[in-house]
Design a protein around this ligand. Structure first.
Ligand code: ZN
Length: 109
């Protein structure tokens, strides 16, 4: 039986271990490219749902919070944590969290 010679990389953000696929690094998350590829797949799924509650917002916030660091802007982490706070503590839908983010960005509109 032949052993796989692929190197296993551990994501610095979430700890997910996947074989190194040698994907090009195209993001600023504190994540391996293989982990980011999985996030991309999740993104396709959540956006394809086209649900009124916009579950995609929760996926974005959870991934950003879990993969803070590297070259990610601090404000991205802050918005992710604020979004998760409203979702978990107050039961806000993704759509409501998105509206909160808009209100924080433009408080006088
Ligand atoms: Zn990860």
């Amino acid at each position: 039986m032949e052993k796989s010679s692929k190197q296993i990389d551990e994501c610095p953000g979430c700890g997910l271990k996947l074989p190194n696929q040698h994907f090009e690094l195209t993001h600023s998350y504190n994540a391996t490219s293989e982990c980011y590829q999985k996030y991309t797949e999740l993104t396709y799924y959540t956006l394809s749902k086209q649900d009124i509650n916009f579950i995609h917002q929760h996926a974005v916030d959870a991934y950003a919070a879990q993969h803070s660091g590297n070259e990610m802007k601090n404000i991205t982490t802050a918005f992710a944590l604020i979004g998760l706070y409203y979702a978990i503590e107050h039961g806000y839908s993704g759509k409501l969290v998105q509206l909160c983010n808009l209100r924080i960005n433009h408080p006088f509109r």
